[in-house]
Design a protein around this ligand. Sequence first.
Ligand SMILES: [Zn+2]
Length: 307
Amino acid sequence: MTFDSRVPAYEAVGEVTVEKKQEGKPHAGKVLAAVQAHADDIPFFCAGLVAKLIDEGYTAYLIQTTNDEKCGPTPSIGDTIRRNEEEIDVLAKELGFKQVIHLSYRNHFLDEASPIELRARLVYLIRALKIDTITTFSPWGHWEENPDHYITGQAVEAARWMAGMSKDYPEHMACGLQPHGVKDLYYWTMRPGQPYNTAVDIEPYLEEKIASMSANKSQGPAGSHGRRLRERLAREGKRLPELGEDDETADRQYIRLFGLAEYEQLGAPYNLQYAEYFYYMPPGGTFTGSMSRADIDAYVAQHAVDL
Ligand SMILES: [Zn+2]
């Protein structure tokens, strides 16, 4: 099997953690946000992770930065925006998101938006929704060619810690919000060459991932390939039995047969059937140059003398 990649592989950084399905609801009470620029980003890069975290107890919000006005099958820009919005609602329902929030900046032109405004809107959402965990684009990943992607990632990266500061946007606190920093992040590994330190086992959530990819009929995973192949074969007097008897079954089966090859390749080194890769940023971890609080306390206990 061959892959059309400009560089040969994703880049493991340090020891790679394999995350598997956890029983029960270990994340009950926690809030997740998946921040995408386009309707096809979450289905491609984190649908398995999102289904897993929701199953494990997270309440999840989908935040979309652009309006997808450039990506759809019809010439009408207005119709393209509407179709993508409707398909994002389907994707959100399939994965179990509680709500979709559209920031509606122009597709492919996010670099014309004010970075300060984008950051402020994300800070507000982090505080208002009390978001604990975010999954989004790697803000500094190499080989990225779409400005919507890296600008979204960079805005999230700044907003996630600024939301925890008490002097940024004091009007929020005057209106009853509290500072609330995001604790951890799963950055997407979406271009070969980008770093990862976590492989998530998505096999238990494969149906949800396929459904989210199929929801996206206008672009990306192209959830309408199956029905188009079925129609073409019918014109030639043939059929592929695996594509089933109706359009939606054909679309999902097409993804199952042909659209998961790279996730299989990602899983193989970790003995997983299917995987998504992430660069996971754990809670804390900010460089301080300092000893730990416990070590400082131990030093003071050992060396302090009476007055
Ligand atoms: Zn995208």
